[in-house]
Unconditional design. Structure first.
Length: 365
């Protein structure tokens, strides 16, 4: 396998087959159950399949070093299922994240809780449609987590390295959950922490909530399924973590400056949501007390208009915060690349990893 014969289509087919099976399973349990399953299928629509790509690249990086025959082979069902399971878990995280952030859209479509709210209204049901949508989204995220486990286990039934893969997946699940809690906690706890500690605290959140589960753990999951030794796993981990941080930092920049037509979310959405990112921490560090108070008074206001968003964006530029984050992205990408030098990994896979690193950190959506 190489980047030129990308098996992402196999992952998409595995996802489609799984969803079809789920739809069949619940088709006789009433229209409400069927609609709930359709909402799960909708949550899996779109996306760049980034985590699946890193899982497949991690597998290839190790498989290439085993034997010429194995290097030329395609990943088995265990790897395809694991890559697909990662995408379902990611969908679950997005459903819960949008609910927590009270986001209205995801990928240019209504966020899951808004879609469920709209379905409640359209059906003419009794009760509070908004509350129904929020409750339904909690359960939908839980369903997607269960689906991810089901699909992973289906692929691991005959896998040689199932135990090692389960260990990686379980750690990923725990870390992203703790990271998500730290993210919401930081939006409240920042008032008790010194301003010069905010960037480090934001990086801690980025590490647990995004960097490890977006890049590092998918790489390790694929590598473990290929039988990675300690040296190979260490090299991929040393590559994946700084790259994952760079990926999240780019996401933070897009959350403030991204083009809504490309990102599928309103421009400046992170400012309305009051995200305590590294970008915001750097901006606050460079302001005096009165400037910081005025900045904080606007940050997190869901009613911010375009003019106010533009004003906050300009402050972030003028304080040098945007430049500092761009420099940090460059440094962390360089750290990731350095981990690949002389690493005992496949040559073609290493080339693919560098392509993925470029795509993940220069993206516009």
């Amino acid at each position: 396998m190489s980047a030129s014969d990308d098996p992402i289509e196999a992952v998409s087919q595995r996802l489609a087959s799984f969803v079809t099976d789920q739809s069949t399973t619940w088709q006789h349990d009433g229209p409400e159950a069927a609609g709930f399953v359709r909402a799960g299928a909708d949550a899996l629509t779109g996306g760049k399949r980034l985590r699946a790509r890193f899982c497949l690249a991690g597998w290839q990086a190790v498989a290439e070093t085993r034997s010429p025959a194995e290097a030329a082979s395609t990943p088995g069902d265990d790897v395809i299922a694991a890559a697909a399971a990662l995408e379902i878990f990611h969908a679950a995280a997005l459903v819960h994240d949008d609910l927590i952030d009270n986001s209205d859209t995801r990928r240019g479509r209504p966020a899951a809780h808004r879609a469920l709210e709209a379905a409640h209204r359209a059906a003419g049901w009794a009760g509070d449609a908004e509350a129904f949508g929020r409750s339904g989204a909690i359960l939908l995220g839980d369903l997607l987590v269960a689906w991810s486990d089901d699909l992973l286990e289906a692929g691991l039934r005959t896998a040689e390295h199932a135990a090692a893969a389960r260990e990686v997946y379980a750690l990923m699940r725990r870390e992203v959950t703790v990271g998500q809690f730290l993210d919401i906690a930081e939006e409240a706890a920042f008032v008790t922490a010194p301003t010069d500690e905010h960037a480090a605290r934001a990086l801690r959140v980025a590490s647990l909530k995004s960097a490890r589960y977006s890049v590092q753990h998918p790489l390790l999951l694929g590598a473990r399924l290929a039988g990675a030794d300690a040296t190979q796993a260490s090299a991929l981990s040393a590559f994946g973590h700084p790259l994952g941080l760079a990926f999240q930092l780019r996401d933070d920049v897009l959350g403030v400056f991204g083009d809504s037509a490309v990102t599928g979310k309103p421009s400046g959405d992170d400012l309305r949501e009051g995200k305590r990112t590294v970008l915001v921490a750097y901006a606050r560090e460079a302001q005096n007390d009165s400037e910081r108070s005025a900045f904080d008074a606007l940050l997190g206001d869901p009613t911010l208009d375009e003019e106010q968003i533009a004003g906050l964006q300009q402050i972030i530029r003028d304080t040098g915060a945007l430049d500092r984050v761009e420099e940090l992205i460059t440094r962390t990408v360089a750290d990731a690349d350095a981990a690949l030098r002389d690493a005992p990994l496949g040559v073609e896979a290493t080339r693919w990893l560098r392509e993925l690193a470029h795509d993940a950190t220069t993206r516009t959506a």
